[in-house]
Write a protein that binds this ligand. Structure first.
Ligand code: RAM
Length: 364
């Protein structure tokens, strides 16, 4: 059972995701472009003026292409697997394309191709909020709906953003983990993804705001390093942090690639047991490091649900049931009903915190 949740919680949340659901994730990376005709009634780059018709029939055959930050990241694989499952339910046509690196401009050529292919909806986790904008707005001018998920683009070049959890909540969670694992004082460092990533930068901004509060006064942020969501680079950056800051107590990595690489480095070094690694990771990538004691605690949501929700939102847009205006509601299959929030943002739900006591309940 997937529990629909609407509020961020910093407390332990167990049972939000079941192993059974996770086992059912569709992880296929096979592209299967659709054959139906494109809908040409799009709103274009400006805010849509067309009225939503919540009673409009759900269109079948909607062609939705997913363009994650990069293809060679298990997290992205799970996300788009959820998108494919939703499109199967909705009798839509799923497609997956994407770069092998998460650099700022790596997605532009893919967007241009998707426009030529007359997709109905593009679902994109943006590697940079602005670099993708001209192409996304060309797509919207051609009648294609744009749903960002995981990592937003600037809000004037997409119709909706599926946020995994509230940005504020994730940033607060990261700060709390750093504080708890340091014992309340000492040096910490962040190992992030790319310097341009919209999502990580937003979370780090909240983390910094938290650190400026009196209750965090004894924590010192030494550095923000960037592993570019590349395993090797992240591993080297983790090593570099520990060499540069011998008093480091906690590495906070708000990326599944970074946290796994940092944990791998620490687990096989003399820092094991002395330096904590935390942040955002998938249970399957982190399990061994929780078992060997390197990682006490980390957090995440179910990535499959992000793709699933993005697909339902994309088909609701394409069907004219919603236009992306705040307050509009739509049904998202097994996840239940969602409401479009301010700035066209839809929040999936709160993250789950994982540790030795619950990690074996999760399989993704
Ligand atoms: C990495 C990516 C992704 C982010 C997760 C937490 O897989 O950077 O965008 O949401 O980590």
């Amino acid at each position: 059972m997937i529990r629909k949740v609407t509020k961020m919680s910093r407390r332990f949340l167990t049972g939000a995701l079941s192993a059974a659901t996770a086992a059912g994730l569709v992880l296929s990376l096979t592209a299967c472009g659709g054959t139906t005709k494109n809908d040409s009634s799009g709103s274009g780059p400006a805010q849509s003026t067309a009225a939503a018709d919540p009673n409009a029939a759900t269109k079948q055959g909607v062609k939705m292409a997913f363009l994650p930050k990069q293809l060679n990241n298990p997290y992205s694989d799970i996300e788009v697997g959820g998108g494919k499952a939703a499109l199967d339910e909705l009798k839509g046509a799923y497609k997956l394309v994407g770069p092998n690196d998460a650099s700022a401009s790596s997605q532009v050529s893919y967007i241009n191709t998707l426009i030529q292919q007359q997709q109905d909806v593009i679902g994109i986790a943006a590697n940079d909020p602005n670099a993708v904008c001209p192409s996304l707005n060309q797509a919207r001018s051609a009648g294609i709906k744009v749903v960002t998920f995981d990592s937003d683009a600037a809000k004037d070049c997409r119709d909706l953003f599926i946020n995994q959890a509230s940005t504020q909540g994730i940033g607060e969670q990261l700060a709390k983990q750093a504080k708890d694992l340091s014992g309340g004082s000492g040096e910490i460092a962040v190992l992030s993804a790319t310097p341009n990533a919209t999502n990580q930068n937003a979370w780090i901004e909240v983390l910094k705001q938290q650190l400026a509060k009196p209750e965090y006064a004894n924590l010192k942020l030494d550095k923000i390093a960037y592993g570019n969501d590349d395993d090797q680079k992240s591993f080297q950056e983790a090593q570099g942090l520990l060499q540069s800051f011998p008093n480091l107590k906690v590495i906070v990595s708000p990326t599944t690639v970074g946290i796994a690489a940092a944990a791998r480095y620490v687990s096989s070094s003399s820092y094991k047991g002395k330096v904590a690694v935390t942040g955002l990771g998938t249970p399957n990538q982190m399990r061994a490091f929780v078992k060997d004691g390197t990682v006490k605690q980390f957090a995440l949501w179910n990535p499959a649900d992000i793709g699933y929700l993005a697909a339902y939102a994309g088909v609701a847009l394409s069907s004219g049931q919603i236009t992306g205006a705040p307050g509009q509601k739509f049904k998202a299959g097994k996840l239940g009903e969602y409401t479009v929030g301010a700035n066209g943002e839809i929040v999936l739900g709160p993250p789950t915190v994982f540790d030795a006591s619950n990690i074996d309940k999760f399989n993704f």
